[in-house]
Ligand binder design. Structure first.
Ligand SMILES: [Zn+2]
Length: 180
């Protein structure tokens, strides 16, 4: 059985692992410490100390902070409790007319602006574009990923997190607060 070390995983993260090795990695049983190696690499690349519990994207992480679990950008900007869709706290550029959509879609690829909006979610801290979604007008921001962290750490990794946290989408609560 092939095993891969941290240097291989680091190359994978950077997209420079040769394709043959990537294929080999995909076909092999996962090394038990693969997740830890991955998180260790990401943790070593940020300037802050909060422990990364789970990466959401290459730039966005769920971290442990003072007994809570918050979404944090690699630049350090925090979006709050991870159970609220972080997109609600991002800067949002909306493309919903022909001129702005034509900057990203060419010719017949151009969607009908009366139906489609493209939303670009941008970090207020560093200006990175963190996510893009093309959705029907009026559609709420897509909540890409709400992981059950306690189940993941407890049942998959076999080492429960020190604190427990109710697993629930809190996004509607915040919207209710805004509308109240
Ligand atoms: Zn940022």
């Amino acid at each position: 059985m092939a095993t891969f070390d941290k240097a291989d995983v680091e190359k994978l993260v950077d997209g420079v692992l040769p394709w043959t090795a990537v294929q080999e990695m995909m076909k092999s049983p996962k090394d038990l410490d693969r997740f830890d190696q991955y998180v260790e690499i990401l943790q070593g690349r940020v300037d802050w100390d909060e422990r990364i519990l789970l990466p959401l994207t290459p730039a966005l992480f769920i971290v442990a902070k003072n007994g809570s679990r918050v979404v944090k950008c690699r630049c350090g900007h925090e979006f709050g409790d991870y159970r609220v869709n972080w997109k609600l706290s991002a800067l949002i550029n909306v493309r919903d007319d022909e001129a702005s959509l034509a900057e990203v879609y060419k010719g017949r690829e151009l969607p009908d602006p009366s139906w489609v909006q493209v939303r670009e979610y941008i970090c207020p801290g560093c200006g990175s574009m963190l996510e893009v979604e093309a959705v029907p007008r009026g559609c709420p921001p897509d909540f890409d990923f709400l992981p059950d962290l306690d189940t993941f750490y407890d049942e998959w990794l076999g080492r429960p997190l020190p604190d427990k946290c109710e697993y629930r989408d809190l996004t509607p609560d915040l919207i209710l607060e805004w509308s109240g």
